[in-house]
Design a protein around this ligand. Structure first.
Ligand code: NAG
Ligand code: NAG
Ligand code: NAG
Ligand code: NAG
Ligand code: NAG
Ligand code: NAG
Ligand code: NAG
Ligand code: NAG
Ligand code: NAG
Length: 283
């Protein structure tokens, strides 16, 4: 399928602009449900949840309902069960402070883990890689540091992965490319460095890829041109170099590409934005 003509023209305009500018450093910019209930299995989930809670401080008392005299599945706030096992933990914006206990990875039927917008610190536990049924992981807007564990590449059920607005550093692990069901990946506003791995071109379901506001360097891998459904690729505020690979213009679904270049510390030149055409602006 051909891209719409205007997108093609804008793409060419962007490409020409980038070819002129390429000497500059580019900074721009199904899981199955559990079979019938099993009280000893649910007791294991309870132990995992209580261990998760014990590692945190909960100044707002958001997890006060998590006590042994209450039934997990009907009264523990933020906990959802399915077929007698814990399948979702939605604990965003509860003011939780402290580390993410690796015990959360014992919730083996978990499909949703949303811990966004709390005050979580420490590392992302690599044990999360055991959560093979996980479809959504959101730990956005916390203060986590350390690397993105390569073990997350084993969570092959993931459709949504949001680790944005933390203090994560190190590179984007190659193993991320194994997440074949991933539709939305957001790693924005961390301190990630190194190159965008070529394996990102293996995220065959991806629609929105947000890597902006890190210190990623090197060239954009041409393998990204293989992504059939990529519609939004947001890269501004990085330390990338080289032109946008021509392969990207072959993605007919791509309607939003946002790349800026840093022309001096704190000043950005928007060199390419398909949605708003090439404009030259600094901020
Ligand atoms: C219940 O869960 C436990 C722990 O996961 C497991 O060892 C046991 O086989 C399960 N029993 C049934 C009847 O599924
Ligand atoms: C358990 O939680 C309930 C609220 O859901 C609360 O009324 C009760 O006091 C709690 N029990 C203990 C021992 O904390
Ligand atoms: C639960 O997780 C912890 C930490 O990852 C681990 O040490 C423990 O063995 C696990 N327990 C079970 C029952 O799987
Ligand atoms: C992830 O969590 C953040 C913070 O709670 C929220 O703003 C954002 O909408 C969530 N994103 C997704 C895709 O769930
Ligand atoms: C970039 O990330 C920093 C934190 O690393 C944040 O304070 C800042 O608001 C972000 N800027 C943009 C434009 O997203
Ligand atoms: C992409 O996946 C293919 C197989 O699906 C594999 O052979 C190749 O090594 C992967 N590429 C990268 C860069 O990981
Ligand atoms: C791409 O999107 C189309 C239409 O939504 C869908 O049918 C197809 O399965 C998607 N391809 C992949 C690899 O996700
Ligand atoms: C940006 O990349 C250049 C090499 O291309 C490197 O010398 C420089 O240190 C990088 N800056 C940051 C902030 O990572
Ligand atoms: C774009 O697609 C056309 C037709 O499939 C192909 O001939 C061309 O080589 C592709 N260009 C790039 C840069 O991948």
């Amino acid at each position: 399928m051909q891209p719409p003509l205007h997108v093609t023209l804008l793409a060419r305009a962007c490409l020409s602009a980038l070819l002129l500018l390429q000497q500059l450093s580019c900074m721009t910019a199904q899981p199955a449900a559990a079979p019938g209930g099993n009280s000893s299995a649910l007791a294991a989930d309870e132990l995992a949840l209580l261990s998760f809670k014990a590692a945190l401080s909960d100044p707002a008392g958001s997890l006060a309902s998590w006590n042994a005299s209450n039934r997990i599945c009907s009264t523990w706030s933020g906990v959802t069960c399915g077929s007698g096992r814990v399948v979702a933990l939605r604990l965003d914006s509860l003011g939780l402070v402290g580390p993410v206990s690796p015990f959360v990875a014992n919730l083996s039927f978990l499909t949703t883990l949303d811990l966004g917008n709390n005050r979580l610190v420490g590392h992302i536990p690599p044990q999360l890689g055991r959560l093979s049924r996980l479809q959504l992981l959101n730990i956005s807007a916390n203060s986590l540091d350390g690397d993105i564990p390569s073990a997350l590449g084993m969570c092959t059920g993931l459709a949504t992965l949001v680790l944005s607005s933390n203090r994560l550093h190190g590179g984007i692990p190659d193993e991320v490319g194994a997440l074949k069901n991933l539709v939305y990946l957001n790693l924005e506003s961390n301190r990630l460095s190194g190159q965008i791995p070529a394996s990102v071109g293996n995220l065959s379901s991806i629609q929105e890829l947000r890597l902006a506001n890190n210190t990623l360097s090197g060239a954009i891998p041409p393998s990204l041109g293989q992504l059939p459904n990529l519609s939004s690729f947001i890269l501004y505020y990085n330390n990338l170099s080289g032109p946008i690979p021509e392969t990207l213009w072959n993605i007919s679904s791509l309607t939003r590409l946002n790349v800026f270049e840093m022309i001096s510390p704190g000043r950005y030149l928007q060199t390419c934005s398909i949605e708003s055409l090439v404009s030259v602006a600094s901020s």
